[in-house]
Design a protein around this ligand. Sequence first.
Ligand SMILES: [Zn+2]
Ligand SMILES: [Zn+2]
Length: 273
Amino acid sequence: MKLHIIIIFVFTCIRLNTGLNAQVFSNADLKITKLEDKLWVVETTDKTTMYIIEGSKKAMLIDTGTNCEKLDEVVHRITQKPLYVVITHMHLDHAGNITPFKDIYFHPADTLLMKRLKPFYGKVHYVNDGDLFDLGDKTIEVKHMPGHTPGAIVLIDRSAGNCFTGDAFGSGLVWLQLWPFSPIKTYIRSCDKMEKLMSNGINNIYCGHYPYLKKALSIDYIRNMKKLAEAIDNGSAPSPHPYEIHYLDISGPNPTITSLNGVSIVYEPSKIK
Ligand SMILES: [Zn+2]
Ligand SMILES: [Zn+2]
């Protein structure tokens, strides 16, 4: 066997053995891929993302996508452990499919966004900065990171060095142009808080629209976001361009986009201070 064929053969065996990056389920709405031991990413056809984390006693579903048929049954194929359903923020593409679940968890500052969703008849549990979810052999910690929405949270798995950020820092590009608007200084504080957290052993950011990137982001991404946000605040950001996509009719009247070091921020100039 030639050397390159041997290398491909060995590499394929390793992948089959570990099962990492292996697609484990798909249907018309989504596909599920194993990212790490006890961690799966769910990518929907409309490019939203959910994550499933399994502990020794309980499991967690992070976000629910826009509209996925029988999501509860789909998740049950991956884990049969009792499930926490935690929503990073209450936008439709993250909370659109909460209805099959009896209990959901999110930050109270996003309650005002719930009226844009289908009615939810289950039980709402509020989470706040510092709250912990005990999954048995791992604990998931809540950190409040307002900016994209007032109640945006990230979920931290310190044992794995992972953080699940929803749209709090975007997926290459963050939207700050949406009602209810937060001042840019709020977002800068969140970037600062996230940078400090990551300096203490959090290596991977798994963002809320994984299909655009197909990889975890690092602390450099947060540093670049903070630099750009500070530049918008002090007036030194590269000239913004009009941003054409209006989202759920809750964008400001003249959303603009500016970019620096490979990251972008969409904002509404009249609402950013
Ligand atoms: Zn989103
Ligand atoms: Zn969002």
